[in-house]
Design a protein around this ligand. Structure first.
Ligand SMILES: C[S@@+](CC[C@H](N)C(=O)[O-])C[C@H]1O[C@@H](n2cnc3c(N)ncnc32)[C@H](O)[C@@H]1O
Length: 859
């Protein structure tokens, strides 16, 4: 059923050209702090003792590389020490913290003698400010060996919390409906991810291992093996432990199995608490894990809100520090990425004055709400460690063999309302005729529950009791309907709607319930594509006992929230910041830093439902929002309308497809129509919200022109009518010309972009467009993933070289974010780079390790 710089020849580090601190001066005077940032000095090669030149070239290169690494490592430590304020001005913190390679190579002689800043032998060696040792030293090697042992011990304790049945129900191998008997089962960890069951079976057979069944899923690093006898288990464990497979050493681990069997459950009428009815100790059919209940394992609270036990101020300090590290990393990488022969930018040179930070970190804004702040929770459906069908949070990563789901109890970021809905659904599932989703086998029906809450406008008192403010709730249930009987499904969905309605009404005080939506998704992970079919379920009036209608209008399935006194309409799959009150602070900060005025054209890149652009629209001439999710764009149009905002335009398309054309259209307007420059009112008139069939708007043609031009340039853009929530048309216009259009196009003096991309950051094409449009002088980057902000900032802020180089395209596979960004920076067309001006951390996610980061870039 389907519901719907090259190494120098003298063997010295090639980084000196990029690392002004490693100059002769600094080397000759070990007490001289590495703060000399004179770019002219930086270009001077470090003069080495003549005896160094006797070493052959390859060794030179190796030594050079090694020293380069040392210098880079030192920079980090040094920067970190300075950032922490622990730098000792009387003695350079890195003095004698690295072994002198010349001393070592030349049997104890170095021309710098006692003035050398590097340690002459292990005896002189000092620990680094971060308490680590020179990685080439004996001390470091010893520490590493101890670390490996400890690490191994820790990994040994790591449990494979696989609570989904792994075998086929035909009982191939492990019997008991696919449940693993812990005494006859083992997990093999660190297997090649590409392996499937057949590869694992072949491997075991080749190794002469006797086994009953072997299961492995592509993408996982874990495989599951069952045996006939405990003797087979013992031999396999001894033989396989530490054996190499695909370059990694296998670990043999215990399994926490699914211990609660669906068959038993469906034979019983379950009371409210399933725990009391099904004592796993008495469950004869399915044995429990050897420790009794998986009690060693983590709680949802520990996984989802790992900082919850820290005082809030400490959480903030921790987040601020990690953003600081990102800023240090940005400087270091931008310095490394600077092409040879190009002056190092001033901001990098000045970074020494502020502990290596790329720019000042102004601090961290705290969340107005600390608890229950999340307005959206995605609860997984799965089996708990005790094998109970559960609605809550997964305890780890599926790839690593964890499928256990635990209830969201004691997760302080979740509202009481969301917890209650999770519990209602859980109790429903425990009696449902339809199976819950099995991640290992990709089978089952019930997958996920999303609870979205809409809040009334904030009042001063609301922070104390935020739940009073939750006025609307939308529930979205994700299922995989393929292959299930239509009638059975319809019956279960009717019952579900009734259970939610009753549960909401019978709770004291009653829970808000605005919409119930079904999302049908067949994919492997629960992350459904934006176009996964949605179907609203009518909610019965529990008082009247009327029949439940299993249909409705999806456009009406929406909730509302408020930010900066504006009302936002949110459809089921549209992005909306999960902490609305903190988001308000975030957007205000971005607006303040963006330098807005009536002559500003603001590009709101990755605009979602239009929140940033709409909250700032009164401060600019015009907003152009870009967003790829069609229903979010439709929401943005609706939000502009319900708030009476007329100077915004929202374009539906991937930013990488449309950004270049939009910038070209708006920024490269010939300056021949000065009367149109910088007029907010003109902006309001010229670009109407209504893009179709509204002849009352003067410049309707202008509004559509961008789309036409984009198409002409080969970009695909979806266009939407603003007709009160109707689904966007997603049509692509073709064949229109742009002749004479720029003469009537509104012109602005100030072009600003606020970008707020998803975790992966901006697409390289978008970065290139932003970077190469020189009239775009200011850019505010908002990111929920500071690592990708840092990577994108490397590309935006590194000077380009005369010859743009094409790198080795294969090399990217092995690169981290920063390495990849440095690699891409090499091919950036000649253009003025941005510079980081200031940054701020904003805590949108109290108790979790995540933090939003905002950075102002200018040129
Ligand atoms: C972090 S959200 C920010 C949304 C919005 N600025 C807000 O604060 O509500 C990122 C948004 O980018 C959209 N998005 C993701 N990839 C995109 C792309 N390639 N082009 C345009 N939008 C994209 C997502 O749909 C999502 O709405």
């Amino acid at each position: 059923m389907n519901l719907m710089a090259s190494p120098s020849s003298n063997g010295q580090t090639p980084t000196e050209t990029l690392n002004p601190s490693a100059t002769t001066t600094a080397d000759q005077n070990p007490n001289c702090p590495m703060d000399s940032e004179d770019p002219t000095k930086s270009a001077e090669p470090h003069i080495q003792p003549s005896n160094a030149q006797s070493v052959d070239d390859s060794e030179n290169n190796n030594q050079g590389e090694k020293r380069k690494r040392e210098v880079e490592e030192e920079e980090v430590v040094d920067d970190a020490a300075q950032a922490k304020g622990t730098a000792d001005p009387s003695l350079h913190p890195l003095h004698k913290t690295s072994l002198c390679s010349y001393f070592r190579r030349n049997q104890g002689s170095c021309s710098h003698g006692s003035t050398c800043r590097y340690a002459h032998g292990e005896g002189e060696l000092r620990p680094r400010p971060d308490n680590t040792w020179d990685p080439t030293s004996e001390r470091a090697k010893k520490a590493m060996r101890v670390g490996e042992v400890e690490d191994g011990a820790e990994k040994e304790g790591q449990e494979i919390m696989m609570t989904d049945a792994v075998a086929d129900d035909d009982g191939e191998g492990d019997g008991e409906g696919g449940c693993l008997d812990p005494s006859l089962s083992k997990c093999l960890v660190h297997l090649p991810q590409r392996w499937q069951s057949d590869n694992l079976k072949k491997f075991l057979t080749d190794e002469g291992i006797q086994f009953k069944s072997a299961k492995k899923k592509k993408g996982m690093m874990v495989g599951f093996v069952t045996f006939e006898t405990t003797e087979q288990v013992r031999i396999a464990t001894e033989e396989l432990e530490g054996k190499s497979a695909g370059g990694k050493n296998i670990k043999v681990s215990d399994v926490i199995p699914r211990s609660y069997d669906q068959k038993i459950k469906s034979a019983m009428a379950l009371p409210q608490s399933i725990d009391s009815a099904l004592d796993p100790e008495k469950n004869e059919l399915v044995p429990m894990p050897s420790d009794g209940s998986g009690s060693k394992s983590k709680s949802a609270r520990a996984v989802v809100t790992p900082l919850a036990d820290l005082p809030y101020q400490e959480q903030l300090d921790q987040k601020k520090n990690s953003v600081m590290q990102i800023l240090i990393k940005l400087t270091r990488n931008a310095r490394k990425a600077c092409p040879a022969g190009v002056s190092i930018p001033e901001w990098i040179l000045k970074s020494r004055e502020i502990g290596g930070l790329a720019c000042q970190l102004e601090g961290i804004l705290e969340s107005p709400l600390k608890n229950g702040y999340r307005n959206k929770c995605e609860f997984s459906v799965g089996h708990s460690l005790k094998g109970k069908p559960t609605v809550g949070f997964m305890l780890g990563n599926f790839r690593e063999g964890v499928t256990a789901v635990e209830e969201p109890v004691d997760c302080p970021n979740v509202s009481r309302i969301a917890c209650k809905y999770a519990l209602i659904f859980q109790e429903f599932l425990q009696q449902s005729e339809l199976p819950i989703w099995n991640r290992f086998k990709n089978t089952g029906f019930w997958r996920q529950l999303t609870v979205r809450e809409g809040r009334l406008p904030e009042k001063a008192t609301d922070v104390e009791s935020p739940e009073v403010n939750i006025s609307e709730v939308m529930l979205m249930v994700q299922v995989s309907s393929k292959g299930f009987d239509h009638e059975l499904v319809t019956g279960e969905l009717r019952r579900l709607a009734l259970v939610f309605s009753k549960g909401a009404a019978e709770t004291d005080p009653p829970l808000p319930l605005t919409a119930l939506v079904l999302q049908d998704h067949q994919g492997i992970s629960n992350v459904a594509p934006a176009d996964a079919p949605l179907r609203p379920l009518c909610l019965p009036n529990t008082g009247s006992g009327s029949e439940v209608e299993v249909n409705g209008d999806v456009a009406e399935a929406r909730i509302h929230d408020h930010i900066s006194n504006l009302r936002f309409s949110i459809s089921p799959t549209a992005f909306f910041q999960v902490n609305s009150l903190a988001a308000e602070k975030l957007y205000a900060l971005a607006g303040d830093w963006a330098g807005l005025g009536p002559d500003t054209l603001l590009f709101d890149v990755c605009c979602g439902t239009g929140t940033i652009g709409l909250t700032l629209a009164h401060r600019v001439g015009m907003v152009v929002g870009i967003e790829m999710n069609a229903s979010a764009v439709s929401d943005a149009h609706r939000n502009a309308e319900i708030n009476g905002i007329k100077n915004c335009r929202f374009v539906c398309g991937k930013a990488e497809d449309v950004m270049g054309s939009l910038l070209k259209e708006y920024i490269n307007v010939p300056q021949k129509n000065d009367k149109l420059l910088g007029l907010s009112e003109a902006g309001k008139k010229a670009v109407p919200i209504v893009q179709e069939k509204d002849t009352s708007v003067d410049n309707l043609q202008d509004a559509n022109r961008i789309l036409d031009l984009e198409v002409e340039n080969g970009d695909s853009v979806s266009r939407h009518s603003e007709n009160g929530g109707e689904e966007p048309k997603n049509t692509v216009e073709k064949g229109c010309t742009t002749e004479n259009e720029s003469s009537s196009q509104v012109q602005f003096k100030n072009f600003v972009a606020i970008v707020d991309p998803p975790r992966g950051g901006l697409h390289p094409t978008v970065i290139k467009s932003l970077r190469t449009h020189e009239h775009l002088r200011r850019l505010v980057y908002i990111s929920c993933n500071p690592e990708t902000l840092m990577a994108n900032a490397i590309e935006l802020c590194t000077p380009s070289s005369e010859e743009s180089k094409k790198g080795n395209n294969r090399a990217w596979r092995k690169m981290g974010n920063a390495g990849l960004a440095r690699h891409r920076a090499k091919s950036m067309p000649m253009s003025e780079p941005f510079r980081p001006v200031k940054a701020m951390a904003v805590d949108l996610f109290p108790h979790s390790a995540h933090c939003e980061m905002v950075m102002l870039l200018e040129r």
